[in-house]
Design a protein around this ligand. Sequence first.
Ligand code: ZN
Length: 724
Amino acid sequence: MNMDAAVEVLNTTFGFDQFRQSQEDVISALLKGEDALVLMPTGAGKSLCYQIPAIVRDGVGVVISPLIALMQDQVSALSQLGVKAAFLNSTLDYEDEINVENQLTNGKLDLLYIAPERLNSPRMLALLDRLQIALFAIDEAHCVSQWGHDFRSDYLQLSLIEQRYPSVPRIALTATADDRTRREIIQNLHLADAQHFINSFDRPNIQYRINLKTKAKEQLLEFIKAEHQDDAGIVYCLSRNSVDKTAQWLSQHGIKALPYHAGLTKDERANNQKRFLREDSIVVVATIAFGLGIDKPNVRFVAHIDLPKSIEAYYQETGRAGRDGLAATAWMVYGLQDVVKLRQMMSNSDANEIYKRVERQKLDALLGLCEIVTCRRQSMLAYFDDKLDEPCENCDTCLVPVETWDATQAAQKALSCAYRTEQRFGAGHLIDVLTGKDNTKVRQFGHQSISTYGVGKDLSANQWKSVYRQLIARGLLTVDVDGYGSLKLTEQARSVLQGEQQLLLRKDPDEKIIRKGKTTSTLIGEDADLWEALRACRKELAEEQGVPPYVIFHDATLQEMVARRPFSETEMRTISGVGEKKLRSYAQPFLTIIEEFAIDAPAAQTSTTPAAVKKTDTVAETLALIKQGFKLDEVADKRKLTKSTISSHIEKLMHLGEVTLAEVIELSDEEINRVKELLLEQVPSDADTYPIKPVYEILGGEYSYEVIRCIRANLINEFEAEMA
Ligand SMILES: [Zn+2]
């Protein structure tokens, strides 16, 4: 099978002009009927790797995904592109299920999404046996790994695909795979003969920053206000209690924040997740349980106010930021208490020794990343056996190089203080002894008379905290298992104590220095206004369609519109992310806005005049037909444009006073007034207009969106007439 068909689908359906990373090679392998294992970071276009061959090959592509809650959104996103897709899962009622099954048996679908447990059911297998299958795609394939943190036992059954359908190509995809997980995927899914496509795991648009924790909530608020006001983001905390408190704290300070953890009811969780996906600037505060399969492309930051358990977890969680390729921030604060707490949790765990050892190694690696004084990205990628030749210039240690100091002597004091107090105390008390505090606890144990009492007055308590934190992080001290956090020397401490090893520690920098500029690309002036107008238009269309805004167009697509200002459908077609179906459905309202901006600000335009005239032609053509007596629906039919497009023309013409409501729709005054009253009952949206969707729903679909839109335009005209 040749690649021309695949390129055609890429261009016309998805609206992209070229493949990224190894997409082309993966697709080519599948078209040849070969199996593939794809390791690709999030946001690099993983799903295209199976969607395009599923469309090109005969039959239906079956996608196994653990993310039931998101299948609906994935399917609506495909429908927006004109791809025939459906899902089968427990959220469907019997009738819908039969309907999907009929579409399948009639060969009407290109893609089918199912959960792994469903694949194992006799009914599903019997159905699949009757179908022509284009391919099987196993998404989030790391769920098959028992060592990973997202293990799903259902995934182990997926090896049956190969046995039952040996001639159908299979593709397994994941965005997180260290070597061990990778080997498990190959083994458990029988992919030894598959072609492997290992892409770079670098996410260059994400800025990594790890700061010293002082007052976590205040630091978080300051970070959001300074850099991500009105952006969507995710904040991770370790406990439910801290999730609730943090969400409340942010809300009290004007950030739209919602909690998400296992203690909420199912409905609350579903509702909060839905709002996060559908609205533009929601911050979700969550335990680590939130996020597998969060497919929102414009998450602008991920913040950790508690440490994750491993670099894999950190990479995966931060990877939910910036999937659209635009600038995003991964921000974390951590401190002495976190290190102590995690070390302790690990010691107290009931897991077997081998498991504990692996967990310990993972934690060591993460702490190493936190304390590193060289490029964080290089270190993180090296952990995944990925190589970055030069420092990245987009992490905190690159942006503001960390100073180190010779802490050999300080470390000796800190270690011997722990030793002299019989390794029975935590950092707090040890610091009191070092700095010569005279308090009850010091006296109670007679610590004012030991040799390390008061020898550390040259450093502040905070500096000592930093020393202890780094000693624990480097494994020179361990935290006991008794639960009191007392620090014990390890074998490694010996060489430092004996002066055989010099120890360089990092000086904790001030975050404010790092915040040299906003990381998100900031639009100013007219560009910012146009951006807001395009976003408002997208939001309205999304509400009409009942889908998240990014399903209409990604932020990156809107930004390209701002930068390039297309004035015709031909120009619009060249914008990345605008395929044929979206061009037909949505181009006009966006073109209209762009044109209005050009008219309002003629200085900003250069060679745009001919295009602008051409654009006005399309509205003029609509006007001419209306004047000939054709109504909204008829104009749409005649011009082979959508009703939505025509209604956007009408809205504009009504605003200009060129047409009246009676010329475009046929309704009695009584009917029109009823719709107007309902519109007036709604709360105006941000864009200062009355939302259509609730009115449409109250009326049970009696009038189309476009009709309500025309009535709204008339209503606004009346207001303006009154004001004048
Ligand atoms: Zn760097």
